[in-house]
Design a protein around this ligand. Structure first.
Ligand code: ADP
Ligand code: MG
Length: 404
């Protein structure tokens, strides 16, 4: 009854990206986009001598490790939209000068465009590829510190998984490859690579339930616009408030708070970064988080006695703005508000104020000292950018709705 993850990820995302003026923007060629793209395309891959790359590992499945690391060489993957543009990037030119790895990797675009699902892969995995073209607000680079950070976060969450609720799961980012930095004079490392993401949720649950991207609950079907929205099908005759709260919203609020309190990591649970793992009876067994390029709150990590910084400064926060962006905007504004708006179209009993109040209470119960870390007002990205093109933060002045 529930379509496959790949189908939902590609085609059930219509009408969901209206939360900012950039959200619908893409420089990806039509054939590489999730909705209009081809079913599969070949992902170019080259043998690169081991000494030319950084290899980051977080406990990969041995078969995955042997796919990408072969003796003295690694198999280095590149997005075909980039490999078709030699002459603009020294790392790309080096890559294109090397022997191609035999055996064609076929993959389908996912909702994020630059992460691609590898066809018939065992164990099932995706590749998050360097894509220096803009999708939504950002150019989608996989610079070395970005790759390293995701693998480090994956390892840390895996090792500390017992601190999280049993209904928390995530997609591990088990292997990353980047070129070593050939231009140490640049103000930040522009050397890039790719990540390998396992598609079996961790911890392993034995029997595997269907995976549903958050946005697919309320997104329209690109190929079949009149199809019922999934949230209406799942709720059926049940109480929509209880379903949304107990199966989706409260678990995610708890995950965000616990991950912050125990690890100083800022989950980004917008509709694209969470997957619902469905049980056989149409209930949600677990929430599976994907995309581990998380904000790192150095204030909380210092208070916990956890390591901070080192040489990798990517996404390290010393102040609370990004806490608000991830919680108030990504989760509350870009996900929960959309979900509630879709539900109210079918269920007149849906009580948005009640849902928000219940989330506020749960947040306060788990995190009574939240004012030590989170700003009192909602923050968001401004239209100003720093010298690397990264948007800076701004204070919207608005009161939060999904927390006190
Ligand atoms: N409904 C949605 N909500 C938020 N982001 C979305 C949605 N659909 C697609 N996206 C895209 O997801 C991308 C973010 O994910 P990204 O970090 O690129 O990859 P991944 O999630 O695979 O690690 C952005 O380009 C954004 O435009
Ligand atoms: Mg994402």
């Amino acid at each position: 009854m529930i379509p496959s993850l790949i189908y939902l990820d590609r085609y059930r995302n219509e009408g969901t990206r209206t939360y900012s003026s950039h959200a619908d923007y893409s420089e990806a060629e039509e054939r590489f986009r999730p909705e209009t793209g081809v079913e599969h395309f070949p992902v170019p891959a080259y043998f690169v001598p081991r000494e030319e790359v950084n290899l980051y590992l977080a406990d990969p499945h041995p078969r995955l490790l042997s796919l990408f690391s072969r003796g003295g060489e690694v198999v280095f993957c590149v997005h075909p939209q980039l490999s078709a543009r030699p002459g603009v990037d020294p790392y790309l030119d080096r890559l294109l000068s090397l022997p191609e790895a035999p055996g064609i990797i076929e993959a389908s675009p996912s909702s994020s465009t630059r992460t691609v699902f590898v066809k018939d892969s065992e164990p099932p995995h995706a590749l998050k590829l360097h894509f220096p073209f803009r999708v939504s607000r950002y150019g989608r680079r996989m610079r070395d510190e970005v790759v390293e950070q995701a693998v480090t976060v994956s390892r840390e969450l895996e090792e500390g998984i017992r601190a999280m609720d049993p209904d928390f799961a995530f997609l591990r980012e088990v292997l990353g490859v980047t070129f070593k930095n050939l231009q140490p004079e640049t103000p930040r490392g522009e050397n890039w690579g790719f990540l390998v993401r396992e598609l079996t949720p961790f911890p392993s649950a034995g029997a595997e339930g269907a995976l549903v991207p958050g946005f697919a609950l309320y997104g329209r079907d690109f190929l079949e616009p009149s199809a019922d929205r999934l949230i209406h099908t799942l709720v059926g005759e049940q109480d929509p408030n209880a379903f949304l709260l107990n199966q989706i919203m409260l678990p995610i609020v708890r995950h965000w708070v616990t991950c912050f309190l125990k690890f100083g990591l800022l989950l980004e649970p917008h509709g694209q970064n969470v997957l619902l793992e469905m049980g056989p009876d149409g209930t949600v067994d677990r929430i599976v988080h994907r995309d581990l390029n998380l904000g790192i709150d150095n204030r909380r990590r210092t208070d916990l006695g956890l390591s901070v910084g080192g040489t990798n400064t990517y996404n390290q926060m010393e102040t609370g703005e990004f806490c608000s962006i991830t919680y108030d905007k990504f989760m509350g504004g870009h996900f929960f508000d959309y979900l509630a708006a879709c539900a109210v179209e079918r269920y007149s009993t849906l009580d948005l104020a009640g849902l928000r109040e219940a989330c506020r209470e749960e947040f306060l119960r788990l995190f009574p000292h939240h004012e030590e870390y989170l700003p009192r007002t909602v923050q968001y990205f401004s239209e100003t950018r720093d010298r690397f093109g990264k948007p800076t933060f701004m204070d919207t002045g608005k009161a939060p709705e999904w927390r006190p």
